[in-house]
Design a protein around this ligand. Structure first.
Ligand SMILES: [Mg+2]
Length: 225
């Protein structure tokens, strides 16, 4: 019997792609830089590559956040401080809270029966702001975000720290997330049950055990109520 639900934030509660695009465009406007779709495409490629390296443990979350605009600006010869842009972008992203389908409704309903926690790779202050804007923050008992925890998913240290802070046992938790590596494998390695939010209907690797697979968050009601 689960007592608590741990939710990943990006691409599980918030539609990261949409939030990120809106913040990206707005940041170009604020910094008086010319925006085009191809710039965003290139940014996505750079970002994807960096997050892949982070999930395999080659670099940290902070490395991803600090180098994505540096690489982009260097590649495009943009004569503007990438660091200033990064700060503008992070501020804008903190204002974007486009949720995944049914996220608010499901979290609201499940919070009546379970303690809700967030477990995210990112910046704590930014995630607090976004959940606040989306009227979701009050449902959360606590937020575990990598820059505050001191470790990144999927490292065992991240999960151990979450267990320590929440005072929960692994068997009392269901971890819900979209990333097979950061969320599912990370939780599984720490004996926590998993629910893979697979909105894109990717194929599951045969060698990875997942307790539940859902395509829409509303399916959680059926599993948990
Ligand atoms: Mg995610």
């Amino acid at each position: 019997m689960y007592k608590a639900l741990f939710f990943d934030i990006d691409d599980t509660i918030f539609d990261f792609e949409k939030c990120s695009l809106a913040a990206f465009k707005e940041s170009f406007k604020i910094c008086n830089l010319h925006y085009s779709r191809s710039i965003h495409e290139l940014y996505r490629e750079i970002s994807k590559d960096l997050w892949k390296k982070q999930k395999s443990g080659e670099i940290s979350v902070q490395d991803v956040l600090n180098s994505r605009f540096k690489i982009l600006f260097e590649k495009l010869n943009i004569d503007f401080s990438y660091y200033s842009f990064q700060k503008v972008f992070e501020k804008n992203l903190g204002q974007e809270y486009i949720t995944e389908p049914n996220a608010s409704q499901v979290i609201g309903t499940l919070s009546k029966k379970y303690k809700i926690y967030a477990a995210s790779n990112g910046i704590l202050e930014m995630q607090i702001n976004r959940l606040k804007h989306a009227n979701l923050l009050d449902y959360f008992t606590d937020l575990f975000v990598s820059d505050d925890i001191g470790y990144d998913k999927p490292s065992n240290s991240f999960f151990k720290e979450c267990l320590k802070r929440s005072k929960l046992k692994p068997e009392e938790i269901l971890f819900i997330g979209d990333s097979l590596q950061a969320d599912i494998l990370g939780a599984k390695n720490n004996n926590i049950d998993t629910c893979w939010y697979n909105i894109n209907e990717y194929e599951k690797p045969k060698d990875l055990k997942v307790n539940y697979i859902i395509r829409n968050l509303i399916e959680l009601n059926k599993i948990l109520l």
